[in-house]
Design a protein around this ligand. Structure first.
Ligand code: C2E
Ligand code: MG
Ligand code: MG
Length: 560
């Protein structure tokens, strides 16, 4: 590093104190500076050069160099500290606090302490100052006693700078369900458990690896020269010890997930590595928790796309579901070949104007509960459209897809009833196609709400019959008016005796208990004729009769 002491001159006060200055700066995290009041030159500690990209440790106008890094609202604070120092007696400490940009590109609070030193004649000669990052004072996590995020940051930085060939892995460990422990047994018990987990993981790790405690019940460590298999072995031991923790008290159920990323392959700077490890941890949680996931850039791009889409959808919802729209696909009476209904299918305009299909965003809408407001919008939109269309075809039926998850919403029934009242639509003209969804918590309530819609007269159709939840077992508990047989059972029906018999007997079975059958995914005439004549299907839907169409296109069918 270019420390040009020739500029100082041997007898300058800066040269005289340089030895002490160096000793001090090597053993502390704070930033140091000393101003020679005669020459105006300022000696800076090396971490200024590292953290602020200053070019030299001897500079002329320190205040001008530092000011751009000070939060603009706080620059006055720094200036008034400087003028306070001008009028302060030598030896009197002047302090101030302001926000300074840190290496992560974020503003963090720092404290500045300065005082003036005098020469042998009592004349002011130097100003010595220390800038301390306030967050660094707090280096340890107070519950576990482990070093915290800042300390991890510093240690990882040191590791990455230790050699040009450095390689290794950063691992984040997150406790699954820990919130539940806190909520069930109280925070005091939660803290004790956390301390115990910290201790156990520390014991598992090889002695030269240090465990750190980050925020949000996350732990972190890094290991040099390590392969994924070795990380997996370490993680298995952690899982094992988590199980033991659970056994102490039968009712405690706490598992851990982990995310790992490799340097320098994935990234070679602290910020990116920490972000990637957290993203990988998120992958592990999404895959079902209690496992480790490794960062990979493909999943990361998808993850970022999803996050971006989630934000855009949130904005769109805030603007009244502006970028959503419904398409309608014709449903045909199998026997007469005439139009009887339309299925409303949701679409969304991406930022480039392209249309995104529902399978790409419905799961995300469900997970984030955004499906609730969007679901209301769909119902309102479909019912109001049906109202207009009834002028052209009073018997038209509209099907709306409702995921079981939406049935968990307590206000749904009132909303639907009010909507039907406002548009004066006979409930029997509306069909709810129940689609599969995950994580139903309150089956009792879903059952009650289902029954309420049934009693109101809304037709209930079991979508995608034969897939997931949609099966005979479900039909035993939820009495439906119709089932929709999924496309996978009909795409090969003309060539597969097995599929032929399966569809035929399912239809017979449904008819025997008074249910109708709609067949989805019919793409050609031969399949349609077979389903009509050999199987006795009631309703047909598929590209053969029409693709999902916008409202304007669909209405032309009604005007024919
Ligand atoms: P679904 O309810 O089973 O809808 C039928 C899907 O099959 C639609 O896909 C439709 O475009 C497609 N399809 C119809 N006929 C044919 C055909 O002959 N051949 C082929 N290859 N495909 C055909 P889409 O619109 O992409 O919807 C996919 C799924 O997204 C729907 O499956 C439904 O589960 C869900 N979804 C759509 N709209 C909504 C909605 O408003 N709310 C909720 N909760 N889910 C929705
Ligand atoms: Mg459907
Ligand atoms: Mg379906």
């Amino acid at each position: 590093m270019n420390t040009n002491f020739l500029q100082l001159g041997d007898d300058s006060p800066l040269s005289r104190i340089k030895t002490y200055f160096d000793a001090l700066q090597n053993s502390a995290d704070e930033y140091f500076f000393v101003v020679d009041l005669n020459s105006g030159k300022v000696m800076l500690s090396q971490n200024f050069i590292r953290d602020f990209s200053f070019h030299d440790s001897i500079v002329d106008d320190f205040a001008a160099l530092l000011t751009p890094f000070i939060y603009y609202e706080d620059r006055e604070i720094m200036e008034s500290a400087m003028s306070e120092l001008d009028s302060a007696s030598p030896g009197v400490e002047v302090t101030s606090e302001f926000r300074l940009l840190n290496r992560n590109g974020e503003y963090g609070w720092v404290s500045l302490r300065m005082s003036t030193g005098v020469d042998e004649f009592g004349q002011p000669e130097i100003v010595a100052g220390v800038i301390a990052r306030m967050d660094l004072k707090q280096k340890a996590d107070y519950i576990t006693g482990l070093l915290n995020r800042n300390a991890f940051h510093v240690a990882l930085m040191k590791e990455l700078n230790s050699s040009p060939d450095v390689r290794g892995a950063v691992i984040f460990i997150g406790l699954d369900n820990f919130q539940l422990i806190n909520e069930t047994y109280g925070h005091q018990f939660g803290d004790t458990t956390l301390r115990q987990i910290a201790q156990d993981i520390t014991n598992i790790l090889p002695p030269d690896i240090r465990l750190y405690k980050l925020d949000n019940n996350m732990f972190a460590f890094f290991v040099s020269d390590v392969y994924p298999e070795e990380i997996e072995i370490i993680f298995s031991s952690i899982q094992l010890c988590m199980r033991e923790i659970r056994n102490i008290e039968d009712t405690i159920y706490c598992t851990a997930s982990a995310g790992a990323t490799f340097y320098p392959n994935d990234a070679d700077d602290v910020i990116t590595l920490m972000r990637y490890a957290e993203v990988a941890l998120d992958f592990a949680r999404q895959k079902g928790r209690d496992q480790i996931a490794f960062f990979d850039s493909e999943s990361y791009d998808r993850w970022r796309y999803d996050i971006g889409m989630q934000n855009l959808m949130q904005n769109s919802i805030a603007r009244g579901c502006e970028d959503f729209f419904l398409c309608y696909q014709p449903q045909i009476d199998a026997k007469t070949g005439e139009l009887v209904g339309a299925e409303a299918l949701l679409r969304w305009y991406d930022r480039d104007g392209s249309v995104v299909a529902p399978m790409q965003f419905i799961p995300m809408l469900e997970k984030s509960r955004m499906i609730i407001p969007v679901g209301h919008w769909i119902i309102e939109k479909a019912v109001s459209t049906l109202k207009k269309w009834h002028e052209l075809m009073p018997t038209l039926q509209v099907s709306i897809n409702i995921s079981l998850y939406q049935l968990e919403e307590h206000m749904l029934f009132e909303f639907v009833k009010d909507c039907l009242d406002r548009y004066q639509i006979d409930p029997t003209r509306l069909t709810f196609e129940l689609t599969e969804s995950h994580n139903i918590y309150d089956w009792d309530f879903v059952n009650k709400q289902f029954q309420a819609f049934h009693d109101l007269g809304i037709k209930i159709s079991m979508d995608d019959f034969g897939m997931g939840y949609s099966n005979l077992g479900f039909l035993k508990n939820f009495q439906c008016n119709e089932i929709k047989i999924d496309r996978v059972f009909v795409e090969d029906i003309l060539h597969s005796d097995y599929d032929k018999n399966l569809v035929k007997y399912v239809i017979m079975l449904c008819h025997a208990v008074g249910m109708e059958v709609c067949i989805e995914g019919v793409e050609d005439e031969a399949t349609y004729i077979f389903l009509r004549d050999e199987c006795g299907a009631d309703v047909i839907q598929g590209f053969y009769f029409g693709y999902p169409e916008t409202e304007d296109v669909f209405v032309k069918r009604l005007k024919k």
